[in-house]
Design a protein around this ligand. Structure first.
Ligand code: F6R
Length: 614
């Protein structure tokens, strides 16, 4: 949801910022822009609608030498994605430039007041209000930029990660955050800042994650200084990154999404490392061990998440109810916050988020904490807001996910939920030692089983050609396969723009069956589980209405194989582990259909990877 990057040092400012923007483009790609303070004292700002490559074209032949700079790639909230609305925004006197990720909720009130003071505005953005407010305060109070930023932020309601530079004082960047991420990289005589660490991973491993309402004063040749909004100095805690440059490259794959699908054997290996021990016999999750009392006394679990993470959450319900026998409710984080939730200190709220920055999920966590619940986070991005805001939790450890459509994070989330269900089930005496050992054995083999499923790649690529021009799809599943159906449909929708619906297969007869005809393909997830015979009936019902069926079945299946138009077979695993296996062919199917349609799978229209606005 908008990416910001900044640099001050002796390196090539323009090159570092543009490369950084490319790495952050997954956060938004409606427009991009850059502001550079040149050695001759000028402030040069270039912006362009569309992707970062358009900005690069636009910058050709322009004055690009600089001592310091900031840049932005936008996911539009206030105002259309035009050149005018692109960041950086600058004060009317041309003295300061600012990039912003977030939303200024009281921008209208502030704007009206500034207009009364004689300011004029040139864009429809909330950000321009902030830049004018800072410059207005700086001039009125004759104060430094950092003071003006601090005073302005005290008047602002909303979310922000900002970076500000000043023409008359080009040796510094002032940055601040509230509810939107910002991380500072500390190099030798140079500083980087960005929405996440990916833009500077090859330059430094030393980072400072800015906290909410902290302001950073970044000056070349001086130690980093942090202030709070009351102007008190805060401690600078430097941590070491756990990220390598190879994780940010496509590694020979045409798209990040395909790379991330194929990485899943490795990412699942990383996810279970140290958590399935004693040769696969025991499951050990520190987050559960450290909070035994909470999990033993819990009367209910509520899981909050959005999008793909919500589908993982729904699987969490099946897993936890099956193995731990605790009642589980699953809520869209965006609805939970407005549903007047009823919670107390015997409730556990689990928040799931790949990015760890989703605004709706963060807001749900806040409410849960206020009501006394114990809040447990399941996230991917180390150091992001959700792990910091929750009482405890587990990282999925699948490495940076750059493709906008989530793939390896989903299987990582489901794996962590499976481990959590086993650990809590054992703790509460609802899962036997033998069952833990049986499941642990299969979990240890999951990476190789996913490798096996990936061998379906060529078959799925071929199959995708038959269905590229279908206008609608149904995805059907029951039990553990129902959330997989929802996730399969979402993957197809978001990257190929084909309308797809996921349904519990038995619900079909209550309405959606009316849609079925020869033009409506159904993807039916039908592994060999306790609902198999029932789903055979659903396949028959679709076939009886001339619908074509692509079925995901367990290897050796003959019944569905005889009636479906196409089958994709997967290795046999216990029912609770089928989602990790069955979701992989659906990821590949959506990828190839989108590729056949010529879509940009890594950057689908209107989407952004990290949704830091409400
Ligand atoms: C879909 C997708 C989104 C995210 C959702 C939540 O492929 O990626 O639906 O799952 O925006 O994001 P996180 O998990 O970062 O909270």
């Amino acid at each position: 949801m908008c990416g910001i990057v900044g640099y001050i040092g002796d390196g090539n400012v323009y090159d570092i910022l543009i490369k950084g923007l490319h790495r952050l483009e997954y956060r938004g790609y409606d427009s991009a822009g850059i502001a550079l303070c040149a050695p001759d004292g000028s402030l040069n700002i270039y912006k362009s609608c569309g992707k970062v490559s358009n900005l690069e074209q636009h910058c050709k032949g322009k004055k690009l030498d600089a001592k310091v700079g900031i840049a932005h790639t936008r996911w539009a909230t206030h105002g259309e994605p035009t050149d005018n609305n692109a960041h950086p925004h600058y004060s009317e006197d041309g003295n300061i430039a600012l990039v912003h990720n977030g939303t200024i909720e009281n921008y209208k009130v502030l704007k009206d007041a500034l207009i009364e003071h004689g300011c004029t505005f040139h864009s429809e953005t909330d950000t321009e209000v902030l830049v004018e407010l800072i410059e207005y305060i700086r001039l009125k109070n004759n104060c430094s930029l950092v003071d003006a930023v601090r005073q302005a932020l005290n008047e602002v309601v909303g979310a922000y990660a900002i970076a500000v530079i000043e023409k008359s004082n080009p040796d510094q960047i002032i940055a601040a955050r509230k509810s939107s991420p910002l991380v500072i990289g500390i190099g030798k005589d140079e500083f980087f800042l960005a929405s996440d660490a990916t833009p500077f991973v090859e330059y430094t491993q030393n980072v400072v994650y800015l906290k909410d309402e902290e302001i950073a004063v970044i000056k070349k040749g001086e130690p980093l200084k942090l202030l709070n909004l009351e102007n008190e100095e805060a401690d600078v805690n430097i941590t070491e990154l756990q990220m390598s440059i190879s994780q940010l490259e496509k590694g020979g794959f045409p798209h990040f999404m395909l790379k991330e699908i194929f990485e899943q054997p490795d990412t699942l290996r990383d996810c279970i490392r140290g958590r399935v021990i004693d040769g696969g016999k025991r499951v050990c999750l520190t987050g559960v061990l450290d909070n035994k009392e909470k999990f033993l006394n819990a009367k209910r679990i509520v899981i909050v998440a959005c999008g793909t993470s919500w589908h993982a959450a729904l699987l969490g319900k099946y897993l936890l109810q099956d193995m731990a026998r605790i009642p589980v409710e699953v809520e869209y984080a965006s609805e939970f916050r407005y549903s007047n939730p009823v919670l107390d200190d015997r409730d556990i709220v689990i928040a799931i988020s790949q990015s760890g920055e989703t605004a709706d999920t963060l807001a749900a966590i806040q409410i849960a904490k206020e009501m006394g619940a114990f809040v447990y986070g399941i996230s991917n991005v180390v150091g992001s807001s959700i792990p910091r805001e929750t009482h405890s939790g587990t990282y999925i450890h699948v490495g940076p996910e750059i493709g906008v459509a989530s793939t390896k994070a989903f299987t990582g989330q489901v794996m962590v939920l499976t481990l959590l269900a086993i650990a809590v089930g054992r703790l509460r005496g609802n899962l036997s030692e033998e069952e833990e050992e049986r499941l642990g054995g299969y979990i240890s083999r999951i990476p190789e089983l996913v490798e096996d499923v990936l061998k379906l790649n060529d078959k799925i690529k071929h199959l995708s050609l038959i269905y590229t021009y279908a206008r609608n799809f149904l995805y059907l599943g029951r039990g553990y396969s129902y959330p997989v159906a929802l996730e399969g449909a979402l993957k197809l929708k978001e990257i190929s723009y084909i309308h797809a619906e996921g349904y519990p297969a038995a619900e079909m007869k209550h309405g959606p069956i009316a849609l079925i005809d020869a033009e409506m393909p159904s993807v039916i997830i039908a592994p060999n589980d306790h609902l198999y015979e029932k789903i055979v009936n659903n396949v028959q019902q679709v076939k009886a209405r001339q619908g074509s069926v692509i079925a995901i079945v367990t290897r050796g299946d003959t019944e569905i194989a005889n009636i479906a138009d196409h089958v994709l077979d997967i290795p046999e695993v216990p029912e609770c582990l089928t989602p990790i296996i069955t979701s992989v062919p659906l990821q590949l199917l959506s990828y190839y259909i989108a590729i056949n349609k010529g879509k940009n799978v890594d950057m689908p229209r209107n989407l952004a990877k990290s949704v830091t606005v409400e």
